[in-house]
Design a protein around this ligand. Structure first.
Ligand code: SF4
Length: 315
């Protein structure tokens, strides 16, 4: 069995009865599907902060440019307890390769969390939960998503892909950064980057041409920040088609013209929205199986995550 990647998750999404009303918000997709590839490690910031279950409902109140976690009815404040727990807990989450958060929560919500004024009225809906904000600030490269947003196939596919890339990067870091390791990473993820953002692709390649002296660490930091930011961007069908046709070009000398034309036709069909990504991608993988090319075989783009997740059937 392959090793599962450690990913944090809001405990209520795992079915733990940790919500203020003593219930949970189990996400079956997380517990039954993603858990095959991810070792999901639950955290409940509010229980961790000692607020107990059940507990009064809470919300975020903006006061003197600060966000306070307050009980809705009594106004009792729990920001300090939550921030203290978060401060103590965050360093121990460095091994995680991603985090799935519960939406709308004043502790875990990643976006569109309601912020109230001191009179108890909604001031705006652009807030972020206290734990989520601290997590994303502490680990700016870590892929973070809300369970609700994972219902969108494209957001789900990008999140899973980012987790696998981040895992690869963290394993590189743990083994020790070297010029060769950085260049090898770039080489195997080149076509993923090309599909996501041509501008970043063109910027990052030349950046790696000089890793001499004391430049390596600074270049690596810049490189991975730009790389992970690029992977967050939506990929158009045209961008995928461009990357796949580039890959297909590597088989020019070994495939018959009509075979290559058949693959190119499915790339076109994908670009027109007639077939999902898995169709041309499977043909490219078959081409690689019948006519192995070292460079193509090393591309994570051909299989960025396990097939069993079925994500390329959905985008
Ligand atoms: S949203 Fe976060 S704080 Fe609230 S119950 Fe779930 S894990 Fe706990």
């Amino acid at each position: 069995m392959t090793t599962r990647i450690p990913v944090g998750i809001s405990a209520c999404l795992m079915g733990d009865n940790v919500r203020h009303d003593g219930g949970h918000k189990r996400s079956r997709y997380c517990t039954d599907v993603l858990s095959r590839s991810f070792e999901l490690q639950p955290q409940c910031p509010e229980v961790g902060a000692g607020l107990g279950t059940p507990r009064p409902a809470m919300h975020l109140v903006e006061c003197d440019d600060e966000l306070r976690l307050e009980e809705v009815r009594s106004g009792a404040e729990h920001s300090t307890a939550l921030k203290d727990w978060t401060h103590e807990t965050l360093p121990g989450l460095a091994h995680l390769r991603g985090f799935i958060l519960m939406q709308k929560s004043p502790s875990c919500g990643m976006e569109r969390v309601r912020i109230y004024n001191e009179a108890g009225h909604v001031q705006h809906r652009q807030g972020r939960g206290l734990f989520a904000a601290a997590l994303m600030e502490h680990y700016p490269l870590m892929p973070v998503e809300e369970a609700g947003r994972l219902n969108d196939d494209h957001l789900l596919e990008r999140f899973v892909q980012r987790v696998f890339v981040y895992d690869d990067w963290m394993r590189l870091r743990e083994a020790g950064l070297t010029p060769k390791a950085l260049i090898d990473f770039h080489t195997r993820h080149k076509f993923q980057l090309l599909a996501h953002c041509q501008r970043t692709y063109r910027e990052l390649g030349p950046l790696l041409s000089d890793l001499s002296g004391g430049r390596l660490e600074a270049v690596a930091e810049h490189y991975i920040s730009a790389f992970m930011a690029a992977l967050e961007r939506p990929v158009s069908r045209g961008a995928h088609a461009n990357a796949m046709l580039h890959l297909l070009g590597h088989f020019r000398d070994v495939m018959e013209d009509d075979q290559r034309r058949a693959v190119a036709e499915q790339v076109d069909a994908y670009q027109r929205g007639e077939v999902p990504l898995v169709v041309p991608m499977t043909l490219l993988r078959l081409a690689q199986r019948h006519h192995p090319r070292d460079y193509v075989g090393g591309q994570e783009y051909l299989q960025p995550y396990p097939d069993q997740l079925g994500l390329r059937n959905r985008v």
